[in-house]
Design a protein around this ligand. Structure first.
Ligand code: HEM
Length: 456
């Protein structure tokens, strides 16, 4: 059931218009009330089946039997490499996903990255007291890009990082655009930026390979290092004893760039929206500050040094609830697109071969059947329900085969940012609005003015 709307345009105009309102889910809600939880529509150039049903979404994400493959708009597939983790399927996808996820879960990575994030946030926040009006969205992007470059390539702030940031910003402008490749078009400029990115990252990967070879020769290839970053982890796979399993250098270079896409926009937007929601909800902010001040004082009195991964992830329960509530309400990734490779029946809904399915997370997160008063920013709701990733009702990081490997890293970055922000500063936010299309952003980048808090 559903409506295909106008020829060619389908229901795209209404879909985009809803993205500019304070209730972007209204497009989905209207159709759900008319046609049921799973319905057909025609948006962004293709006919799709939209699922607003958490159980159907779960089955699509789990993808048992490999029925579904990722399906992105044409401009995105043009810009992603054929071998991108975001596009590949089957055993190779499984292997690369496990390698990255496994690395991000190692205790050594967790310990090191906690200190890296701590210092990056500390350094950036230290400059805030000299700025009269600062833009949270820009500041957050600066912090998270530095962290991402460390995670992927152990890159320190400097010339390479600045060039990468500039070219990457140019590159992602083309992710949602008209798929026309002519010298003046957006897509063309983005492809050119990608060529520059490939050059810089390719050089870094080759230099690293040379260093790794020297190290391997010195220890007669006996030891396999743990790996300091994602480049290391993937490079180690270029030495597999089975030649057919070796990952080529251009595969590694391309994937490092592609991994910047899900990592770059999402965390800074979550940080920015957390500040927005806290500015609008002073009672929550007071509670958050109290919890974080308590931990900070305890660390100081007991002379325990900086907070650890466990402190942030396990000893600040209210802070983690603020993060969950931010992720639920912000819907930074509002859903995922898949294409059925064969006819499939889910809970009585028939999805024909080659049809696209949009598993809509925002529809689940903003449904009052699932969340009481869903438009309220209420971190206390998580005290009752917990925030396990297995819940079908809470999927900001997706689920199943492609569950975001950056899940804990994102929560950690958010926790460190919030901890330092609320224990160091009070702020007043200027009026601003959230825009939801093509991606979630603040209209004015969220301007705030800050004053320091002195610890006594
Ligand atoms: C608040 C922050 C973040 C959110 C909301 C988020 C959300 C998501 C979602 C929904 C997916 C699933 C996409 C799909 O099923 O097609 C995903 C995948 C992915 N994310 Fe994240 N992400 C975040 C941060 C990060 C970070 C910091 C990294 C980098 C380390 C990262 C790396 C990835 C990668 C590599 C994938 C692809 C996984 C695969 O297809 O196997 N994400 N993310």
């Amino acid at each position: 059931m559903g409506n295909k709307g106008w020829p060619v345009l389908g229901e795209t105009i209404e879909f985009i218009a809803s993205g500019f309102t304070s209730q972007p889910v209204s497009f989905m809600e209207k159709r759900r009330s008319m046609y049921g939880k799973v319905f057909k529509t025609h948006i962004l150039g293709r006919a799709i089946i939209v699922s607003t049903d958490s159980e159907v979404n779960k089955i699509v994400l789990q993808n048992q039997g490999n029925t579904f493959i990722p399906a992105y708009p044409k401009s995105i597939t043009e810009l992603l490499g054929q071998n991108s983790i975001l596009q590949i399927n089957g055993p190779l996808h499984k292997r690369v996903h496990a390698l990255i996820g496994g690395f991000l879960r190692t205790p050594i990575f967790k310990a090191t990255i906690t200190q890296v994030i701590h210092h990056s946030v500390q350094l950036n926040l230290a400059s805030w007291s000299n700025i009269q009006l600062l833009y949270v969205q820009d500041q957050a992007r600066k912090i998270t890009f530095e962290v991402l470059m460390k995670v992927l390539m152990s890159l320190d702030p400097g010339e390479d990082l600045n060039s990468l940031k500039e070219d990457f910003e140019e590159f992602i402008k083309g992710l949602i655009c008209l798929p026309i490749k002519l010298p003046t078009t957006r897509l063309y400029k983005s492809l050119k930026a990608k060529e520059r990115l490939l050059k810089i990252v390719g050089r870094i990967v080759e230099e690293r390979k040379a260093t790794m070879e020297i190290r391997n020769n010195n220890n007669n290839n006996k030891e396999r290092g743990v790996g300091n970053d994602v480049v290391d982890v993937l490079l180690q796979e270029s030495y597999d004893s089975d030649e057919s399993r070796r990952l080529p250098l251009d595969f590694i270079t391309g994937n490092i760039i592609e991994m910047m896409i899900p990592g770059e926009e999402t965390v800074p937007m979550a940080m920015t929206l957390a500040v927005k929601y806290l500015s609008d909800n002073p009672v929550v902010l007071d509670h958050l500050r109290e919890e974080n001040m308590e931990l900070k004082k305890k660390k100081m009195i007991d002379n325990l040094g900086n907070c650890t991964w466990t402190d942030y992830m396990e000893c600040l329960p209210f802070t983690q609830n603020v993060i969950s509530e931010t992720l639920r309400l912000a819907n930074i990734i509002n859903g995922v697109w898949r294409k059925a490779t064969k006819d499939v029946d889910i809970k009585g809904y028939f999805i024909p071969k080659n049809w696209c399915v949009l598993a809509s997370f925002i529809s689940v997160h903003m449904n009052e059947e699932n969340y009481e008063k869903p438009y309220e920013f209420n971190p206390w709701r998580w005290e009752r329900t917990g925030n396990t990733v297995n819940s079908n009702m809470f999927t900001p990081f997706g689920g199943g085969q492609r569950l975001c490997p950056g899940l804990d890293l994102s929560r950690l970055e958010l926790a460190i940012f919030l901890h330092q922000l609320v224990t160091k500063y009070r702020w007043i936010a200027e009026k601003d609005e959230i825009v939801h299309f093509p991606t979630v952003k603040m209209k004015r980048k969220l301007p705030i003015s800050v004053t320091s808090i002195s610890m006594t």
